[in-house]
Design a protein around this ligand. Structure first.
Ligand code: KIV
Length: 272
C-alpha cells in the first residue's frame, strides 16, 4: 500500500522542496548497482543515494575513505541505467573536493558527465564553503551532509552520536543555515540528537533527511544492505531491519550446494 500523499512522475530537487512544504516525508535509500537500483526505484523511492558507503558495503573496506572517484562513477552509472522515477544523488568521495574548489568542481563535473547523476553530496560546512559555491555556480545541485561525517572518522575517532555538546550543536546549526544560504537543495543529518535535528529542520526551508536523527526531520535515509539485513554484524540503534536477508540468502545457498552435491539439481526439467 502506498502512503505517498501526491504522485510525482519524476522526482527533482524542486520536488523535494515541494514535499517539505506539503509536509510529505522523503524516503531515500542507497544503491550501488543496476539490479538493486531497479528494485528500489520500482518500489517508489524518492531519492537513491549512490553513497560512498559502497566502500564498506561493496568493497569491504573499514571506512569510506578508500573509494575513488572512478569507482563512484562506475557505481553511479550502473544505478542511472536502472532508474525511471527517482532522483539520484552521488557522493563526492574523500579527496575529490577537500583540496581546493577547482579540484572540487572538476570532480563534480566528471560525476555529472560520466554518470548522468542528478546531484552530488558533500560532507562538511564552512570548511568547504568555496567548493560548494563553485559547484553550485556551475549549475550542479548539491546536497549537504552534517553531523557524523564518515569521511572525517579519523578526526572524530569514533562513530558515536555527534553534536551532543552545545559548542558542536551551535556550529552544526550555523553550518546548516550556511548550506541553505549557499543554495544546497537538501541536507543529510547523520547521528545527531533528535531534538537538535528537529530544530535544524524547522529552521530551514530546504529538506533535512536524517539517519539516526529522529523523526522530526523531513525524510529518512538508510543504507539498503543494512535495512535488508544483509550486513548482519552491524546493528546500531537507529537501524530498522525489514528483512533478514543474510539468513535467507545463506539458507538458499546451502540448499543449492546440497542439491548440487546430491545430484538433485539439475533435474530432467532443468536441462536440454
Ligand atoms: O554513504 C552513505 O551511504 C551515506 C548515508 C549514510 C547518508 O552518506
Amino acid at each position: 500500500m502506498s502512503t505517498a500523499k501526491k504522485e510525482y512522475k519524476r522526482i527533482t530537487t524542486k520536488t523535494l522542496v515541494e514535499m517539505k512544504k506539503n509536509g510529505e516525508k522523503i524516503a531515500m535509500l542507497t544503491a550501488y548497482d543496476y539490479t538493486m537500483a531497479k528494485i528500489v526505484d520500482n518500489a517508489g523511492i524518492d531519492v537513491i543515494l549512490v553513497g560512498d558507503s559502497a566502500s564498506n558495503v561493496m568493497a569491504g573496506h573499514e571506512t569510506t575513505l578508500p573509494i575513488t572517484l572512478d569507482q563512484m562513477i562506475y557505481h553511479a552509472s550502473s544505478v542511472i541505467r536502472a532508474i525511471e522515477r527517482c532522483l539520484v544523488v552521488v557522493d563526492l568521495p574523500f579527496g575529490s573536493y577537500q583540496g581546493n574548489s577547482r579540484n572540487a568542481l572538476e570532480s563534480a563535473i566528471k560525476i555529472m558527465k560520466e554518470t548522468g547523476g542528478h546531484a552530488v553530496k558533500m560532507e562538511g560546512g564552512s570548511e568547504i564553503e568555496t567548493s560548494i559555491t563553485r559547484i553550485l555556480t556551475a549549475g550542479i545541485p548539491v546536497m549537504g551532509h552534517l553531523g557524523l561525517t564518515p569521511q572525517s572518522i579519523y578526526k572524530f575517532g569514533t562513530y558515536t552520536v555527534r553534536a551532543k555538546e552545545e559548542e558542536e550543536a551551535d556550529k552544526l546549526k550555523e553550518d546548516a543555515l550556511l548550506l541553505e544560504s549557499l543554495g544546497c537543495f537538501a541536507l543529510v543529518l547523520e547521528k545527531v540528537p533528535a531534538k537538535l535535528a528537529k530544530e535544524v529542520a524547522k529552521s530551514l526551508t530546504i529538506p533535512v533527511i536524517g539517519i539516526g536523527a529522529g523523526n522530526g526531520v523531513d525524510g529518512q535515509v538508510l543504507v539498503t544492505h543494512d535495512m535488508l539485513g544483509m550486513t548482519h554484524e552491524f546493528h546500531p540503534r537507529f537501524l530498522r531491519r525489514y528483512l533478514d536477508l543474510f539468513s535467507e540468502m545463506k539458507g538458499a545457498f546451502e540448499n543449492y550446494i546440497s542439491d548440487v552435491k546430491s545430484e538433485d539439481f539439475p533435474n530432467d526439467n532443468e536441462q536440454y
